[in-house]
Design a protein around this ligand. Structure first.
Ligand SMILES: Cc1ncc(C[n+]2csc(CCOP(=O)(O)OP(=O)(O)O)c2C)c(N)n1
Length: 622
């Protein structure tokens, strides 16, 4: 049996443990080869190879429903469900998604990308199944990191009482992207490492190994009962049991035999059950076993040395510019406190935390909590800087409105990964932040067009009042060195880069670069457009805008946000409200649709929002 011959899980049902073990080995080397070649998530999938095989072995997928949380660990699932042939297209434009996608395969029962959704969705499947009087199984697979999200607890609370038949697999590798945090994570560890329980397990294992076969199976049952009784006396999983969810485990997540046995057993138990499965993140690749944090995701690399295949950019990432800037501010002002939702590294707050550990708090994958927690900190006189990716901040919309803005609290929101993010695709594109932030009363929204402006804006944000958001894309600074001095932004105004006439080009953030290209092309065609760095999406310096509208009859806006409710909409409102009804307005931005994965520059071309396409559309319109 070879991986390439597996078109569906039917092809390995009934295989021996030896065959499945060989399959596991082949899967690992396929995943390592793919990520080494093209990049992607790595350590999480390596950790769930046996678990995924066991799930598809025991359950009759896709009629039996698997709901994977996040989906970054689902490469094994993809390989086992007929996608081996296309696996080398993973995360590329037109290729397989790096996450779960219903339109990609009937085996992807539920889409994923953001954390902590699986138990809620699985409960929905279970209730709908009962309503339709069907009898299929429903399984949620959730990591211990994703379990720190409030929605997971809300779902447990609901599942425990609604009593639907469903299985929750808690894939416990003690890691979120970085080591997991929080009281619940400690609780899970206590369950696994309880010395009395573990001693008992070891003793039982030792005795059982010495028993001959026929007697063994009898005594095994007896000991299994003793073990269960001891377990409940020591109360591992008590938390779940008290909620009404039967707890099983901890189970060795790399022991296929044990996994298959427990899944077979739990599958027929009525009501909600949870199995705590212990896995090793990065299993099978020494480098990743040693440092699963580093190998959560990777750029293309050499599998022997672990070194990246391409040399990285020689300018700092915008994430690092933010981190360094906040560090310099936090050194001077002890009231500044950075908050991350399990993304210290991704957000740049790790740079602050290394030197000033007391001025960064990781709340776990808990964006809603992060924002309201920040609101409390602000009431207490601190200056919270909540660094959350644009798309993950969507989670905390009500908290931004109700807990921060309504009370006009000074909370700084730092939205990295605004705009298109590339290979992670639609779940991770930051396509909506200008729309969702712009409608919040009292919110200041800044979008830097380069690294110096980013630094200036962070300085300004700390000194402002009320809620402030700064949004910038995934990417790097234009230059290796920042300007020697900070130029604090004193007024909430746009900046004219070039004064021309007739055509007004208004660029938001790093999209200004595309409009510079547009301006160059237009100039070559004898036009002299005015080019403006918008800087503030809210508030708009209305008087200055009116002056520009008086001298330009064509207005062009460009943003890497949806055209629905974004900056272009604000300009359309202003033109209409102020009676500039004969002006020509061309709005460029992301469509009112979900944009697929791909190289950002290719996606811009596809969407017609690169400098050249915009110049062409302007000429057509003239
Ligand atoms: C709402 C949300 N916030 C943050 C993230 C970023 N993120 C992706 S995977 C991950 C860690 C998940 O840990 P866990 O569930 O334990 O899975 P593991 O990778 O350890 O298997 C995080 C924080 C996300 N996907 N969704």
């Amino acid at each position: 049996m070879h991986l390439k011959d597996i078109k569906s899980p039917q092809d390995f049902k009934g295989s021996s443990i030896e065959e499945l073990t060989a399959l596991a080995k082949e899967i690992r080397s396929t995943i390592i080869g793919q990520v080494a070649e093209h990049g992607g998530h790595l350590a999480s999938s390596l950790g769930v190879v046996e678990l995924t095989i066991a799930l598809h072995y025991v359950f009759n997928t896709p009629e039996d429903v698997l709901v994977w949380d996040v989906g970054h660990q689902a490469y094994v699932h993809k390989l086992l469900t007929g996608r081996f042939d296309r696996f080398n297209t993973l995360r590329q434009q037109g290729g397989l998604s790096g996450f779960l996608k219903r339109s990609e395969s009937p085996y992807d029962n539920f889409g994923g990308g953001h954390a902590s959704t699986s138990i809620s969705a699985a409960l929905g499947f279970a209730v709908a199944r009962d309503h339709a009087q069907k009898h299929n199984s429903v399984v949620a697979i959730i990591g211990d990191g994703s379990m720190t999200g409030g929605m997971a607890f809300e779902a447990l609370n609901n599942a425990g009482i609604s009593r639907q038949n469903m299985t929750i697999i808690l894939n416990d590798n003690k890691m979120s992207i970085a080591p997991n945090v929080g009281g619940f994570s400690k609780y899970l560890n206590r369950v696994i490492s309880d010395p009395m329980y573990n001693k008992l397990r070891e003793d039982i294992d030792r005795v059982m190994k010495r028993l001959p076969g026929p007697i063994g199976s009898h005594v095994r049952n007896l000991f299994s009962a003793v073990e269960s009784a001891a377990k409940s006396a020591l109360k591992p999983g008590r938390f779940f049991e008290d909620l009404g969810i039967r707890y099983f485990g901890p189970i060795d997540g790399h022991d296929l035999e044990e996994l298959i046995a427990i899944l077979e057993r739990v599958k027929v138990i009525p009501g909600p059950c949870l199995i705590q499965v212990i896995t090793e993140k990065g299993r099978g690749l020494k480098l990743a076993e040693k440092d699963p944090f580093r190998w959560h995701a990777s750029v293309p690399f050499d599998p022997d040395s672990g070194l990246p295949k391409e040399s990285g950019a020689n300018t700092p990432s915008l994430t690092a510019v933010f981190g360094e800037t906040l560090l310099s501010l936090a050194r001077e002002n002890k009231n500044i406190i950075g908050i991350t939702g399990a993304m210290a590294n991704g957000s740049g707050l790790d740079i602050v935390a290394r030197e000033l550990p007391d001025q960064v708090i990781d709340v776990g994958i808990a964006e809603e909590h992060a924002v309201t927690f920040a609101a409390g900190l602000a009431c207490g006189g601190m200056i919270p800087v909540v660094a959350i990716y644009s798309s993950f901040m969507q989670r905390a919309y009500d908290q931004i409105i109700h807990d921060v803005a309504l009370q006009n609290l000074h909370v700084v929101f730092v939205l990295d990964r605004a705009g298109l993010v590339g290979a992670d695709g639609p779940t991770h594109h930051g396509a909506l932040d200008l729309s969702y932030m712009r409608s919040v009363p009292g919110m200041t929204i800044m979008a830097p067009s380069n690294e110096n402006e980013l630094r200036d804006m962070i300085h300004a944000a700390i000194d402002m009042e009320g809620p402030v958001a700064i949004r910038y894309p995934r990417g790097n600074a234009y230059h290796a060195e920042l300007n020697a001095t900070v130029s604090p932004i004193k007024e909430k105004r746009f900046k004219v880069i070039h004064e021309g006439k007739d055509i007004l080009l208004l660029g938001v953030g790093f999209m200004l670069k595309e409009l510079k290209e547009t301006a160059k092309i237009l100039k070559a065609h004898g036009k002299n457009p005015t080019l403006v760095d918008v800087r503030f999406v809210k508030p708009l310096n209305v008087e200055d805008y009116r002056k520009l509208f008086d001298t330009h009859s064509m207005v062009v806006t460009l943003e890497d946000n949806s055209v629905v409710g974004g900056y272009g909409s604000a300009i359309a409102d202003m033109l209409f409200d102020d009676g500039y009804l004969n002006h020509q307005l061309l709005r460029f931005g992301l469509p009112d649709d979900f944009v697929e994965q791909g190289k950002v520059s290719d996606l811009y071309k596809m969407l017609g929002i690169d400098g050249k396409s915009i110049a062409q559309k302007i000429m057509d319109a003239l």
